[in-house]
Ligand binder design. Structure first.
Ligand code: ATP
Length: 234
């Protein structure tokens, strides 16, 4: 997946300016930056929810211009938006089956759901619980599981750690890292929680006022005190 000279925003007001980067298959890349830097807008533009003003979004080298949101999903692009949206009235199992619907039927669907339970032990124990009965951490796992069950090649997550206990964040990040490695899944992870994100990311991209101000290996960003002070607030 790649974006080239991307400009996008709302109602003619650009938020992203000349954003370019490329993700290699299986790479985990953190998108970092202060509140309002444009992280969510970037993910939503790649997903097809915010129109591109100029520049390109590429998947497998092909331009996604004019490709509808649901067709992007069919091509292997999945998004876990901020807020852990799961269907509150449905059980964990039903939520996962729903996620698998567009991709699998019958036995293939059972296998895809079973593979999510392998990744997320706590979900397996809660499979008959309704969405509204879950803790915040379990809901986030379910939101992530529901995206993974469709077996995407590129997964975008918006602030998955928001409001979760550190131990749950660590567990979630561990699963993401493991999944990326074992399935060759490419991950674009927008996070305010810089330390957690950089702990699993190969690379980090720092946005400030909608522009890329750094794109470097995670370890290098974590060690760059001046950059952290200037753009990441610590
Ligand atoms: P946060 O961590 O607070 O979500 P962010 O880095 O994800 O921040 P965005 O949510 O992409 O940043 O916001 C970037 C800019 O776009 C902000 O100035 C914001 O006010 C503006 N913006 C976001 N959503 C909309 C919208 N739906 N309509 C108009 N402006 C918006």
């Amino acid at each position: 997946m790649a974006v080239e000279a991307l400009r996008a925003g709302y109602g003619g007001e650009p938020v992203l300016h000349d954003v370019s980067f490329a993700l290699a298959p299986g790479e985990v890349v953190a998108v970092l930056g202060a509140n309002g830097a444009g992280k969510t807008t970037l993910l939503r533009t790649v997903a097809g929810l915010v129109p591109v003003a100029s520049g390109r979004v590429l998947l497998d080298g092909g331009d996604l211009a004019g490709v509808r949101v649901e067709d992007r999903a069919r091509r292997g692009l999945a998004q876990v938006p901020e807020g852990r949206s799961v269907v509150a009235e449905l059980t964990v199992d039903e939520n996962l089956r729903l996620g698998a619907l567009q991709r699998h039927r019958g036995r293939a669907r059972d296998a895809a759901v079973a593979s999510v339970y392998e990744l997320f032990e706590p979900l397996a124990r809660r499979r008959t619980s309704a969405g509204h009965q879950l803790s915040g951490g379990e809901r986030q796992m379910l939101a992530l599981g529901r995206a993974l069950v469709a077996e995407p090649r590129v997964l975008m997550l918006d602030e998955p750690s928001l409001g979760l206990a550190p131990i749950v964040v660590a567990q979630l990040m561990g699963v993401l890292r493991e999944t990326a490695a074992s399935r060759g899944l490419t991950v674009l992870l927008a996070e305010q929680n810089v330390t957690s994100a950089l702990s699993i990311a190969d690379r980090g991209i720092v946005l400030a006022l909608g522009r890329v101000v750094a794109d470097a290996p995670a370890a290098q960003l974590a060690a760059d005190t001046a950059l952290r002070h200037a753009y990441l607030g610590f």
